[in-house]
Ligand binder design. Structure first.
Ligand SMILES: [Zn+2]
Ligand SMILES: [Zn+2]
Length: 139
């Protein structure tokens, strides 16, 4: 991580000395940590505590030292997992609803037939009435 540097002396990390992260989000080398971050951060003036930068940082801190591309890939994988999870449940529900619709289809056809049967006598009645009134006109 070529961007990590001491916020006081601008020294870069090497295998010889530790680097520290303050609770206020600043980084100091081992030489500067004692004078710049033991109780109060020299850079921002906040009361602070420090942790040594190592491979055993907590995940919420480690995230800030992860390559953004790797972080994006990881988050994208999580988004795909959530999407697949929801897609599978949605497909299961749709399959069930389709099955229900197929089982209801004969009933829907029957209802449609009944509606047709009800309309036919109405049409016949209106034709009879029209026919009668036409005959009355001839008389
Ligand atoms: Zn330093
Ligand atoms: Zn600070």
């Amino acid at each position: 991580m070529e961007w990590i540097h001491c916020n006081n002396c601008f020294g870069l990390p090497d295998s010889e000395k530790n680097f520290y992260l303050t609770s206020c989000g600043h980084i100091y080398c081992q030489d500067c940590e004692e004078q710049c971050a033991r109780t109060q951060c020299k850079l921002c003036g906040n009361q602070c505590s420090t942790i040594v930068l190592s491979s055993t940082l907590k995940p919420d801190v480690q995230m800030y030292f992860t390559d953004p591309d790797e972080l994006l890939k990881k988050k994208l994988k999580e988004v795909h997992q959530v999407s697949d999870f929801q897609k599978n449940h949605r497909a299961r529900l749709w399959a069930h609803q389709k099955k229900q619709f197929i089982s209801l289809k004969p009933i829907l056809i029957f209802i449609s037939y009944i509606k047709h049967v009800i309309k036919v006598p109405c049409r016949i009645n209106s034709e009879i009435i029209m026919s009668c009134s036409a005959k009355q006109n001839y008389v």
